[in-house]
Ligand binder design. Structure first.
Ligand code: OOG
Ligand code: MG
Length: 253
């Protein structure tokens, strides 16, 4: 299989919500090749009219790396079709085996036109929010190598963002909780995310620049989950809170 064929296979799996065998079972991809496949598969979404709205980082916490058995940070692309309203419904038929994880979202204030460091990062952010990411690996049993998951756009499938708070709001060392029907299913602290979620923002800006993705005003960055992810079931109310950032939720139907 060439890159186009792999991208098509992954995109079809996502579109039809049908799991496929891990690419690595039949074809070795290195990391650069896996990102090339991701980029081609996103191209198919753009052709269908989807718009790039931001980037997400993955495996920025030990909790996530250990849950999934991988060892490195990854990044993927978010489109408008993956965005769900706070308080809205998520149709489980559109997913294979969705999981939820609590996240912190950044909203970009102005086009990023220089190298971002911890010192200038806040200038480029006009909103911070608690978010829930819905991940849905296109691979059977939610199992993959690092290259598999990168080719699969890092399992990106959905995201819901809470109310935006000012960029000055503290997001360091805050408690983060994921609840199903009001019961805590995951809890952690934002310092699990690279020691400081702002480091994720800096990393996302660097990765975007290195990969020719322009981060424009209004774009959203997901910093990566602070806790492992949990499988969703129809009928659940899924909510997340982050200390000082309020709550975000959706209902699974
Ligand atoms: C890959 C996505 C990882 C995160 O926040 O660490 C991720 C996966 O676990 O399927 O989104
Ligand atoms: Mg995530």
């Amino acid at each position: 299989m060439n890159y186009n064929q792999i991208a098509e296979k992954l995109d079809d799996a996502s579109y039809s919500a049908q799991a496929i065998e891990q690419i690595s079972k039949n074809r070795e991809l290195n990391l650069d090749e896996a990102y090339a496949v991701q980029s081609i598969s996103l191209g198919r979404r753009y052709v269908r009219g989807e718009k790039l709205v931001g980037l997400k980082l993955g495996f920025t916490s030990k909790a996530k790396m250990e849950q999934m058995g991988v060892h490195d940070m990854i990044w993927g692309r978010l489109t408008d079709r993956m965005h769900y309203e706070n308080g809205g419904e998520l149709n489980s038929n559109k997913f294979i085996h969705p999981r939820a994880e609590p996240e912190i979202a950044f909203r970009i204030a102005k086009d990023i036109d220089q190298i971002i460091t911890l010192d200038n990062a806040a200038e480029y952010v006009d909103g911070l929010a608690v978010a829930i990411e819905v991940i849905d690996s296109r691979y059977q049993n939610f199992k993959f190598s690092l290259e598999d998951v990168v080719a699969d756009n890092c399992s990106s499938a959905g995201f819901v963002v809470g109310a935006w708070y000012p960029a000055e709001t503290n997001i360091r060392n805050i408690d983060m909780v994921l609840k199903f029907d009001g019961e805590v299913v995951q809890s952690g602290n934002s310092d699990a995310i690279l020691g400081d979620p702002w480091e994720s923002f800096v990393a996302a800006a660097r990765l975007a620049r290195e990969n020719g993705e322009q981060l424009k005003a209004g774009a959203i960055i997901l910093a990566g989950a602070a806790t492992p992810a949990t499988y969703l079931q129809p009928g659940q109310k899924v909510s997340a809170t982050a200390q000082g950032l309020g709550e975000v939720f959706f209902n699974v139907v």
